[in-house]
Design a protein around this ligand. Structure first.
Ligand SMILES: [Zn+2]
Length: 106
């Protein structure tokens, strides 16, 4: 079995997803600097106590669920933006025409 990557450990054990130079905690949506030390320290200070009543399997399952929900929300938002891209494009064209129209008359 291959050792888990840093990314996999952050997601599975700490519930954090790396996005650029930051990591997002999927348990509470806080943003953390994406460094292993910061992610571990953050998890221990912020969530260790709230998850301490859970058994280890239960805790990992809860974290997995939070990561999955966050990923699904992110995916839904991306689909929404892509779906509504034509309106953004139309808005840009309308703005461009207004600017061009204004230039002609000034
Ligand atoms: Zn958090």
């Amino acid at each position: 079995m291959e050792p888990k990557s840093k990314k996999a450990k952050w997601e599975e054990i700490h519930g954090c997803i790396k996005i650029g130079t930051s990591a997002v905690c999927t348990l509470c949506n806080d943003s953390i600097t994406a460094r292993t030390y910061n992610v571990e320290r953050y998890f221990l200070t912020k969530h260790k106590n709230s998850l301490s009543t859970m058994m280890e399997d239960e805790k990992l399952e809860h974290i997995k669920k939070c990561v999955m929900q966050y990923t699904q929300q992110k995916s839904s938002l991306q689909q929404f933006v892509v779906k509504h891209h034509p309106s953004t494009k139309s808005s840009f064209i309308a703005s461009l025409k207004m600017v061009n129209f204004s230039k002609i008359h000034f």
